[in-house]
Design a protein around this ligand. Sequence first.
Ligand code: NAP
Ligand code: 12T
Length: 352
Amino acid sequence: MEKTYHVAVVGATGAVGAKMIEMLETSSLPIESVKLLASKRSKGKKLAFKNKLLTVEELVPDSFKGIDIALFSAGGSISKKFAPEAVKRGAVVVDNTSAFRMDPEVPLVVPEVNESALHSHHGIIANPNCSTIQMMVALDPIRQAYGLDRIIVSTYQAVSGAGMSAIKELKEQLQDMLDGKQPEDLTANILPCGSDAKHYPLAFNALPQIDVFSDEDYTYEEWKMVNETKKIMSDNQIKVAATCVRIPVLQGHSESIYIEVKDSSATVRSIQDLLLQAPGVVLQDDPSEQIYPQALNSVNKKETFVGRIRRDLDVNNGFHMWVVSDNLLKGAAWNSVQIAESLHRLGLVRVN
Ligand code: NAP
Ligand code: 12T
C-alpha cells in the first residue's frame, strides 16, 4: 500500500498559509490528514479543506506528534523555535521564512533548478525568497546553456508578500484616497516594513524599501536575492545586485532583469527558444502584438512568465527581460508544496 502523509501547515491563517491549503487540495501528494496551526488568537477558527471544515489549533511543540510533513509560514522566529521541535518528532520541515536559507546544512530549493539538493537534507528544507524563486526559474535555463556572468535586477513587488495586515493597510489607503483624503492624512503603521521605525503610505506610491536596511545600504530583501542566487546556482562568482521596490499591486511580483551571459553565441531568438521548453516557464513575448507578462494575469497561476527579451544596445552579451509570477504561489505556497511532492517522489520524506 502506498504511504500516505499527515501534513501540518504552520501559519495556516496567513496570506501564504491560505494558499498552502489551496495547493495541498490539488496536490498529487498522497495526504492522509491536514492539521492547521497558528497563534492562540486563531484557536478554534474553522477553515475549509476539500469541502471539510478543519479547526485551527494553537501551535505548541507537541503539535508535530505523528506529523510527516510540516509546511512553515509564520515568520522567522516561529521557524527558529518550532522547526527543530517538528524535526525532533520525526517531521520533515519545508520552511518559507529566511530563518534557515543560508544555513550550509539546509538545502535551498527551486525544484525546476536544483531538486537534487534535496538528497542532502537533515529534516529542514528552505523555500527561497519569492523574488529569488521566479528569477531562478527564468534564468537557470539561460545559465545552463550560455553561462551567467552577472545579474542586475529591479523588482516591482506586490503587497501580499508582506502579509494580511499589509494588504489591509493598502486597501484602506486606496479607499481613503478615492474618498478625497490627502496623502499626508493617510494611516501607515506597517509598510514599508513593520519592524522599522518609520512608515509611509503605499497607495499611489512606490517604496524602494522591502525589509530593513543592512550592509552597504542594501536592504535585507536585496541581500536575500544576492546570497540565495549564489547558493541555488552553486556559483559564488556570479555577480548579482538588486533593487527591491514595493508597488500598490495586490498579487504578482514583476522584475526587470539585466543579464550578461558568458557565451557570445546567445541571441534573443535562442533565449526565447530555450524558455519555450523550460520547466515552469511561459514565454509571453511578442511586441508586435503587445504581448508581455503582466502581474494581473499571473494571479493564481503556478508558472513564471517571461517577455520583453531584448539585447542590450551597448554590451555584446547583455540582455534585458521582464519576469512575472504570483508571489504567493510560485514565490511561496506552490514552491513549498512542489518541494513536498519532490521529497515524496524521491523517497526523501524521512528525517536523518
Ligand atoms: P501573515 O499573513 O501575516 O500571516 C502570519 C501567520 O503566522 C498567521 O497564520 C499567524 O497566525 C501566524 N503566526 C503569527 N504569530 C504566530 C505565533 N506566535 N504562533 C503561531 N503562529 C503565528 O503573513 P504571511 O504573508 O502569510 O507570511 C508568513 C511568513 O512567511 C512571513 O513572516 C515570511 O517569513 C514568510 N514568507 C515567505 C515568503 C517567501 O518569499 N517565500 C513570502 C511571504 C512570506 P494568526 O492568524 O493566529 O496571527
Ligand atoms: N519581508 O520570506 O515583505 O524573506 O515582501 C518575503 C517577503 C520577507 C522572506 C516581503 C519579506 C520575505 C517579504
